[in-house]
Design a protein around this ligand. Structure first.
Ligand SMILES: Nc1nc(=O)c2c([nH]1)NC[C@@H]1CN(c3ccc(C(=O)N[C@@H](CCC(=O)O)C(=O)O)cc3)C=[N+]21
Length: 288
């Protein structure tokens, strides 16, 4: 079997052109353009690149973006104060605090200070809990992007055996909950899982978010499986690669996502979608 390779950039571009229309519709109704505030603390070069990409994607879609570049030495209280200001700013519909944060910052405090209705990352405990109860305001962008990608490819989720490799708070755990909500049978594997292959072999849909290059080799994959690679690993030569042996697994899977050009562009696209949805809700509240 040779897998179909999903073009995440093309799918992202298709969705973004639909989002540009939603932004225009909002403005035609006299509503504010969607606004996203991105807070970058310190000068981690990888974070700076990600933030620049997010801002560029916003601009191309008609979303107003505000980048707050704050010193790595900022106090916890001052950062919380900035978030409180943005919570009150009616031009801001989404607030994203780029992770990771420096050690003096109380991350849970930061996430719980962001207003739930502006939490476009979906990291606030209310939104995290909503994944269990089905009452979430925003879904986290990476797993949401994976669900959108599966839907765009017309792949059934209901009743499928899904194995998620990686149990992080931002990808693995919310991914499992979102697929459970769509009636998949889900198993989560992690660094302490014994005999990983025993689990991955059962997967109709294998989602890999472990951060270990080359972790998934063909012998661990069922013939015809759908393989979603969420890994982003920087190699010594500066290139990025996923968690899946792409060349090998592509010979056995029915569908596979590449890195780069797979899930990554969908993550940024869901950030745009969440920000537009937030602005649409704000406009609806004003009309009432
Ligand atoms: N508050 C917060 N929210 C985040 O969503 C968040 C974060 N912090 N911190 C860092 C991670 C990482 N992340 C990525 C998003 C898109 C790509 C992406 O578009 N990647 C492209 C190209 C990558 C490249 O070439 O460097 C691709 O895979 O094709 C990658 C990584 C969001 N994150």
């Amino acid at each position: 079997m040779t897998a179909r390779i999903v073009d995440g950039r093309a799918l992202a571009a298709r969705l973004r052109s639909q989002y540009a229309i939603r932004v225009r519709d909002l403005q035609d109704m006299g509503a504010q353009p969607p606004g996203l505030a991105v807070i970058l603390v310190g000068d981690d070069p990888a974070s700076a690149v990600y933030v620049r990409n997010k801002i560029r994607a916003c601009e191309a879609t008609g979303i107003r973006s505000i980048a707050l570049r704050l010193p790595g030495s900022i106090s916890n209280a001052e950062l919380l104060g900035r978030i409180v200001e943005l919570n009150a700013d009616e031009a801001v519909h989404g607030i994203l605090v780029q992770l990771p944060l420096p050690p003096q910052i109380d991350l849970p405090r930061v996430l719980e200070t962001i207003a739930v209705e502006k939490d476009v990352d979906g990291f606030h405990l209310y939104n995290v809990g909503g994944l269990v109860t089905g009452s979430t305001v925003f879904s986290p962008c990476t797993p949401y992007g994976v669900v959108k990608l599966l839907e765009a490819e017309n792949l059934a989720i209901e009743g499928q055996n899904v194995v998620v490799v990686g149990a992080s708070n931002i990808v693995g755990k919310p991914m499992a909950l979102m697929l459970m909500a769509r009636d998949a049978t889900v198993a989560i594997c992690h660094a302490k899982t014994r005999d990983l292959a025993q689990f991955t072999m059962l997967a109709d849909i294998l989602v890999v978010a472990a951060g270990v290059p080359g972790l998934i080799v063909p012998q661990m994959v069922k013939t015809g499986a759908v393989v979603i690679d969420v890994g982003i690993n920087r190699l010594p030569n500066g290139r990025i690669t996923g968690d899946v042996d792409f060349e090998g697994v592509a010979q056995k899977a029915s569908l596979i996502t590449p890195v780069p050009g797979g899930v990554g562009p969908m993550t940024v696209t869901m950030l745009l979608e969440n920000t537009i949805a937030s602005a649409e809700r704000a406009a609806a509240r004003r009309r009432r």
